[in-house]
Design a binder for this molecule. Sequence first.
Ligand code: MN
Length: 334
Amino acid sequence: MTKQMKAKDFNARLLPVFKAAKSICLTTHVNPDGDGLAACLAVKRILQNLGLQADIVVDEFDLDRYGFLNVLDNVVLDCASLQYDLVVIIDLHDYDRLVQRVHLAKSAHTVIVIDHHEIQDDMMDCDFCWVDPSAVCTGWMIYSLFQKEIEALPEADREYVGTCLYTTLLNDTNNFTNANTNEDAFVLAAAACRYGVKPGQIQRMFMVVRTSGEMRLLGQVLSTIELYDKGKILFMDSSLAMLEENLLSKEATSNFTRWVQDLKGVDTIGYFREESMHNYRLSLRSKTINVHSIAVKYGGGGHLQASGCMMTGSLDDLKQKLLQEIHRADKLVH
Ligand SMILES: [Mn+2]
């Protein structure tokens, strides 16, 4: 049933499907990030201006970071009884990371997937999809699908959508520093500026760590840094005790790889976050090897140079295991 479409065909098919839907749900992966969530917010505002109402359904989690996008006024926290005619899934393509919202996709009349993660054997059933791993962020995909509609928005809505889309760029390019940063990123950034977005303002609101507790936690995590292979491989970790001590939830650690990914001489990063006893969420980043293939082995996924998975075991064993995986992994061809 799944139809992979090219952007142009997809664009032509999309609006009629939206207009015909009796009810619309927009959703993204568990622990929504600045790409998937802000892309949903942009689509919701675009649809509103076309006279269409859509709910954004997310898992319950700490949404404070997205306060500048009025996120609380715009999302519905998951509720088992919800059901929609059309479900649009942004920034993921598998059932795993939909978690409690799988029933939304399975009970919908029509399912559309818009994503840029690498596909394994994990594509969910859907009616239309556009999955393009070369897309810088899903915000860019939304921009290329709805550019005409965005240009036609009233000024305030256009600026809001621009702010959302700029946030997706900041999130997935780490402020234009990740390897995925390409010409499209700057085309979208330029459009956002034209819509009234002030890049420095959004960067401060979205990316600068704000609380002293978060900074202290960051310091503790950085102090766990261990180097291997003459400094080319960097591991660090955070424990539940560190979170408790700083009165923080696990959300606080979500972007910590950003602080180490450009260190001189470091090619590959593994960040182990303790989620429960002997359960670690592993974030992988690399300039030189395919970390996606490692993540997939452990039931995770993501992108060639930025992926994640869960690993179970003692931290020391997991580090040894990961070192072996990194040594065996395919080199990336640049
Ligand atoms: Mn993304």
